[in-house]
Every structure is written in structure tokens, then in C-alpha cells.
Design a binder for this molecule. Structure first.
Ligand code: ADP
Ligand code: MG
Length: 619
């Protein structure tokens, strides 16, 4: 019998070694625990997973000195309490398949191990059925100690001196204030997602908040105050694939930072740039420059269609159909804003010192609109007039009184899309209110709680813009054939542009024939184009399209719609009959976004009776 060859001699002296547990944990900790906030987040999640009804968060020095989280959840027996600090110790996943449908917050089983690797941890825990609580103490590489103590059912985890043994990380921590803000943010976000649970948050001995179990509305009041609640609009939409509910801020409730954007997916706090962007675009130009919308949105998606495990702190999420989710959210926000009919109320420029200078400069006042006025803006046209506008029958334009070209105002109502479900949004009151035209530019009317001023040009622009989009979307173009086709010779550059956007221009309702070099023949036009203006409008569309494209490149079709609506709309200076004004107003409130023109200018301003009373010293 021969000995097996001795191979060790030929091997290099280096061996593959398994890292000692405490070093592995320290490395893993770098991923999971970035700052005191991460500790708070992990411990909060554990408390939630343990079915707590009441959670207390105590921190000192921005969490750098102390984070202590106490819950009244299930608690653990001694064996589990000790095991919970082992890496990949988790009670939440038993099989790989489970990973797909995780409903609990934690599942990686790394948090406690990681925290213990870089701080001094004490866990005290007791199950309801046990007599005594188990106390487990760990600190970095030091051996853990286990002892007994008394406490009520539940668990408290005390984390002291985070990164005490990783000086580089400790140095990296920010000021107490900054760390506090991060922790405050995560506690607040958690409390918003669980209004039914009690939360107490104490920082450096001061109670930051103490929240009783309540409804989501009340929780918002408790955290942000009554005024915030009044500045929000509820949203809710459910499909097989996706459910979204929550609140969005009225546009006047613009926020200085993005901190008031709360997003959750299947109950988890997430951040998503793309959803944030989708919400932002729905506000279009409704927000005052430099402000961000408030939103609190809870998304629910079949867990099979998302991947929550893309980031160790589980903040970022991948969707199967990211685009679909974004579109859905954007449409929902847009719909909600449109339906709410929030109009910028305005006050006279604040602070003019009784100089007798009744400046007509208006400022949009923040937080002023719609609050408490659930009926919306109170536009006072009777329902009848909307229907009339649709048929064009009740307000026939008195012959001879029509301003040149304004016929189209009455000619197009039949084609105006009144979106389903918008009827209720036309806030009505009897009897029909008078309409006045100011300086052939603005339409003025009494509304339920004040006075409303509409800019006629941008109002018409909004109407035409939406009609154009509608035509693009449904392919139902209407074209008015010209008795005498118009031949247009374009500069070569413009002709090239026209070539690029030809299908879109046709989609609007233009019938064009290319005719030799740089020449087109206009054989038909959209019904909104005034007779005699066929050529100039086409040229203006091209010119404006060029300009828009330079300033803010966008989708060609959208730019065409914007150019067309701007150029075909009635202008400031066009006199209107009352019937035309009514028609215009009716159609305006049939659009999805009656308050802002496609370029972001306001269409409607409101001065409340209160504001007038105040100005006249009535109160
Ligand atoms: P994970 O949450 O990913 O499972 P953790 O390291 O955060 O991993 O926790 C490990 C285990 O310890 C959990 O699975 C849970 O069983 C237990 N545990 C942690 N915190 C608590 C708590 N507050 N109450 C009851 N059990 C807890
Ligand atoms: Mg956990």
C-alpha cells in the first residue's frame, strides 16, 4: 500500500480562509449601516415585523451616541434573542421562493449582526408567555453576554456609540442636526405608513412627537398640522396591476424641498426618481417656480412584479413595467388636479403701503386656494350653458356682431371633448352670471365666492391645444376644404421643417400637397383656422415650432399642437360677444387643465370675496 502523494509541498503557502465572523459582519455593516438613520430604520422595521402596536424611538446626539427603539411586539425567547445577532439569521424566509413574495420588512437577516459589529448593543426582549426577559449585550468583537431581567412583553434594542470601532466611519458622520434630520425623516415616513400604531420620538430628552393610533388624515394633522390637510387632495385608483392611494398637494401648497414627498411600495418606504418625475410632470406649470409638490402615495403592486432587493437598504425598487407605473401615476395626479379645479386665488400685491397706488400687479398667494372650499372654485355658469356650448344652439351669434375670425369659437364646440366624469366639476350656481370683457382681453365674472378673471387668449389656446392632442390621439381629424386652395412658397429651411412634421400638421387637419421645390398647396385646414389666415397660420406654426424647439425641445407632435393652438387662438384685442365668452368659458372648463396654458401661463385668476372685504376694510 502506497501513501497518497504528498501534495502539500507543491501548494502555495496561501490558503483560502473563511473570514472570521466579526470581520465579515464589519464589512457587511458598511453596506447596511451607513449612519444612525440606518440603525433606526432597521430597528423600526424589526418592531413592525414583530407586530408592535406602539413604538418608541429615543436618540441622543443625532443617534451618534444613542439609538433606542422599544416595541410591544412578539418578543423573543433566549435562544432566538442570541441567534438574532448571527448573520443571515432571520425568521422571515425559509426558502428561496419566499424571496419573491416578501411581505415583511426585513428578510436578509443582516441588520442586527451588522449593527452589533459596529456599535455597543443591548437587546432586552420578552415574549408575552415568558416570566423573564433575556438581555443580550454585544460590542464589536467582544464576546456577548446573556443575562436576565424584567420588562413587559416586547423588545428594546439599545445601540450606543455607532462606529466606535471604525474611526473612519465615525469621523464621516455629520453634525448632530443633520443626523437628527435623517432620523426624523425616517421615523416620520414610518409613522405615516402606519397611522394605526402609536409612535413616540424623543431626541436629546425632548419629545419630538407623540402620536396616538389614528387615521391617516389625523396622522397627517398630527405631523404637519391642520393647514396641510386642507391643502391636500385625496387620490385613489385601483387596477388589477396597480393600486395607488394617498394624497397630493394642491399646487399652491408647493414645498421648498423634496422632503415632503412620501412614496411607499407595498408598505415599504421607497424612493423613485422616475415616479417623482411622473408626479412632477403632472403638475406641469402649476407650481410656483422652485417649489415641489407635496405627495404621499401608497403603491401596491403584486410582489412578483417588483424587485425590492436591488439595494441593501431596500430603498430603491425595480418595477417590471416602470413606464406603465409612471404613466399611471402621472395620469392619476393630473386627473385629480384637474378635477379639483383648484384655481390660483390671488391677493393684491402684498405690502403696498396705502399709497393710493392700486397696483394691478397680482401675486399668487400660497396656500390660499381651495382650502375648505370643497365645491371647487365656484364657477357660476349654469349647466345649461355648457350644453348650449356643445350644440351651439342657444347662443347663436348675433349677425354682424362677430369679431373677425371669432366664428370658430362657436363653430367648434361640437368637436370639443368634454371628458367623461367632468360634469360635476362645473361648479354651478343660479342664476347665470353676467360676463364682462375687459379691454378686449380678459373675461370677468362673479363666482360663488368672489370674482374670476380669465385671459381669453390663453383660455382659447388651452382649448385648441387639447383638441389638437385629442385629434392626434384618436386620429379623427377634421378638415375644412378650401374652395380656393392656397399655394405657399416657403423658405427652404421652413420647408425642411414642414417635411419633418408633415404627419403632425396633417393630423391637426391641414390638407397639404407638396408642389415642386419648397412649395405646398393648402387644400384644407382645421376648422379652427380663420378664413383668410390659412397661409399665415401655417407659416406661424413653422416659425413658432422652430422657436419652441430651440427653447425647450420636446416631442414634435406636442410642439406642433402648442404652435398651432397659440397661433389659432383668439388674441388679446379681439372683442367677444357674451355668447362667445360663455362658449369659451364652457369649453375651458371642459379641458383637463383649465388653469394653466400649454406654456405655463395662468389662465384663470380668482379674487375671493374675503380678499375684497379685507381690502375694503370690511373686516
Ligand atoms: P431580518 O429582519 O432581516 O430577519 P434582523 O437582523 O433585522 O434580520 O433580525 C433578525 C431576526 O431577529 C428577525 O428575523 C426576527 O426574528 C428577530 N427580531 C429582530 N428584532 C426583533 C424585534 N424587535 N422583535 C421580535 N423579533 C425580532
Ligand atoms: Mg430586520
Amino acid at each position: 500500500m502506497t501513501n497518497p502523494p504528498d501534495i502539500s509541498a507543491s501548494m502555495s503557502p496561501r490558503r483560502v480562509a473563511v473570514l472570521p465572523e466579526h470581520i465579515a459582519n464589519k464589512i457587511a455593516a458598511g453596506e447596511v449601516i451607513q449612519r444612525p438613520e440606518s440603525v433606526v430604520k432597521e430597528l423600526l422595521e424589526n418592531a413592525l415585523d414583530a407586530g408592535a402596536h406602539s413604538i418608541e424611538v429615543i436618540i441622543k446626539d443625532g443617534g451618534k451616541e444613542l439609538v433606542q427603539i422599544t416595541d410591544d411586539g412578539t418578543g423573543m425567547d433566549e435562544q432566538d434573542a442570541v441567534a438574532s445577532f448571527l448573520r443571515h439569521a432571520t425568521s422571515k424566509i425559509v426558502s428561496f421562493e419566499d424571496l419573491e413574495v416578501i411581505r415583511t420588512y426585513g428578510f436578509r437577516g443582516e441588520a442586527l449582526a451588522s449593527i452589533a459589529a459596529v456599535s455597543q448593543v443591548t437587546m432586552k426582549t420578552r415574549r408575552a408567555g415568558d416570566d423573564v426577559a433575556t438581555v443580550v449585550k454585544l460590542a464589536g468583537e467582544e464576546p456577548q453576554t446573556v443575562s436576565r431581567d424584567a420588562r413587559g412583553p416586547g423588545t428594546s434594542v439599545t445601540v450606543q456609540n455607532l462606529f466606535f470601532n471604525v474611526p473612519a466611519r465615525r469621523k464621516f458622520l455629520k453634525t448632530t442636526n443633520t443626523e437628527f434630520r435623517h432620523i426624523h425623516d425616517v421615523v416620520q415616513r414610518t409613522a405615516l405608513a402606519h397611522p394605526g400604531l402609536a409612535f413616540t420620538f424623543v431626541s436629546d430628552g425632548e419629545t419630538v412627537f407623540r402620536l396616538k393610533p389614528s387615521t391617516i388624515d389625523q396622522r397627517i394633522v398630527d405631523l404637519f398640522g391642520q393647514r396641510t390637510v386642507e391643502s391636500l387632495l385625496p387620490v385613489e385608483e385601483q387596477t388589477d396591476f396597480l393600486t395607488v392611494r394617498g394624497f397630493i398637494g394642491k399646487p399652491a401648497f408647493g414645498q421648498k424641498t423634496r422632503l415632503s414627498q412620501f412614496l411607499y411600495l407595498n408598505g415599504r418606504i421607497i424612493s423613485s426618481r422616475s415616479i417623482g418625475f411622473a408626479v412632477g410632470t403632472a403638475y406641469e406649470h402649476l407650481l410656483i417656480n422652485g417649489t415641489y409638490p407635496f405627495y404621499l402615495l401608497f403603491l401596491e403592486i403584486d410582489p412578483h412584479r417588483i424587485d425590492v432587493n436591488v439595494h441593501p437598504s431596500k430603498m430603491e425598487v425595480k418595477f417590471d413595467d416602470e413606464q406603465g407605473v409612471n404613466r399611471f401615476v402621472s395620469a392619476l395626479v393630473r386627473k385629480t388636479l384637474g378635477a379639483a379645479g383648484a384655481v390660483p386665488a390671488m391677493s393684491f400685491t402684498e405690502g403696498y403701503p396705502g399709497s393710493g397706488d392700486l397696483r394691478l400687479g397680482f401675486t399668487v398667494r400660497q396656500h390660499a386656494w381651495g382650502s375648505g372650499d370643497s365645491q371647487g372654485i365656484g364657477w357660476t355658469l349654469p349647466e345649461r350653458s355648457r350644453v348650449d356650448a356643445l350644440t351651439g344652439e342657444i347662443f347663436p351669434p348675433p349677425a354682424g356682431q362677430m369679431p373677425p375670425g371669432s366664428q370658430d369659437l362657436l363653430a367648434f364646440p361640437a368637436a370639443t371633448p368634454f371628458l367623461p366624469g367632468r360634469e360635476g366639476e362645473m361648479p354651478l350656481s343660479e342664476p347665470p352670471q353676467l360676463l364682462w370683457q375687459l379691454h378686449n382681453k380678459y373675461i370677468l365674472s362673479q363666482i360663488r365666492h368672489g370674482v374670476m378673471i380669465v385671459d381669453q387668449h390663453v383660455a382659447h389656446e388651452r382649448i385648441l391645444y387639447e383638441k389638437a392632442l385629442e385629434r392626434f390621439a384618436n386620429g379623427l381629424r377634421t378638415s375644412q376644404q378650401l374652395l380656393f386652395p392656397v399655394t405657399v412658397q416657403l423658405p427652404a429651411g421652413d420647408y425642411a421643417i414642414l417635411d419633418d412634421i408633415f404627419p403632425h400638421v396633417e393630423g391637426l387637419g391641414f390638407d397639404l400637397k407638396r408642389f415642386g421645390k419648397n412649395t405646398v398647396v393648402i387644400e384644407g385646414v382645421p376648422p379652427d383656422v380663420k378664413a383668410g389666415h390659412e397661409q399665415s397660420i401655417l407659416e406661424e406654426i413653422l416659425a413658432l415650432y422652430k422657436e419652441y424647439q430651440r427653447e425647450s425641445p420636446g416631442e414634435a407632435q406636442d410642439l406642433v399642437a402648442k404652435s398651432f393652438s397659440c397661433k389659432s387662438a383668439i388674441k388679446a384685442g379681439d372683442p367677444l360677444t357674451e355668447a362667445e365668452m360663455r362658449s369659451l368659458i364652457d369649453q375651458l372648463f371642459g379641458t383637463t387643465m383649465p388653469y394653466v396654458c400649454p406654456h405655463g401661463r395662468p389662465i384663470v385668476l380668482r379674487i375671493s370675496t374675503e380678499e375684497l372685504d379685507r381690502r375694503f376694510g370690511r373686516r
